[in-house]
Design a protein around this ligand. Structure first.
Ligand code: AMP
Length: 125
């Protein structure tokens, strides 16, 4: 059972359909734990999404139900993606929206990686 307020996992959500190959993506990285692809509506020169391969609706769900291997594998993948994108020297930002106050739109856990320019204040005011 998911633990967040987002409800049961929806197998028709857009990231599930990307994982199944039903919807294309601009893939940048894939391993046993994660898939990374360019955001369709980038908000920075580099804007990549990293998603776990298994069915988790949110950060809350992933960190409650994910195994230690899944969680470690996923966050290592986030770091590997940023490294592959050559963002470590200039720096980058990661962000995960969780639930209504965050504006989370897609109910499959994902981490945004932003980079490619100085990113300004941490939150929009
Ligand atoms: P969030 O608001 O954190 O749930 O972010 C969802 C993100 O998914 C947004 O930045 C969207 O632009 C992005 N997105 C939605 N559909 C697609 C798609 N088909 N391919 C790539 N990114 C997408």
């Amino acid at each position: 059972m998911p633990v967040s307020g987002l409800g049961e996992y929806d197998d028709q959500n857009v990231f599930a359909r990307i994982l199944s190959g039903e919807i294309p993506c601009r893939r940048v990285f894939e391993d046993d734990w994660a898939l990374a692809f360019h955001d369709i509506a980038p908000q920075a020169p580099v804007h990549v999404l990293v998603i776990p391969k298994a069915r988790y609706v949110s950060m809350a769900d992933f960190t409650a139900r994910g195994s230690a291997g899944e969680i470690a594998g996923f966050f290592r993948a986030v770091g590997a993606v940023a490294r592959q994108l050559e963002l470590e020297t200039p720096g980058y930002r990661i962000l995960a929206n969780m639930g209504p106050d965050s504006g989370q739109e897609v109910p499959h856990f994902h981490v945004h990686i932003f980079g490619g320019k100085p990113l300004g204040p941490m939150l929009a005011r």
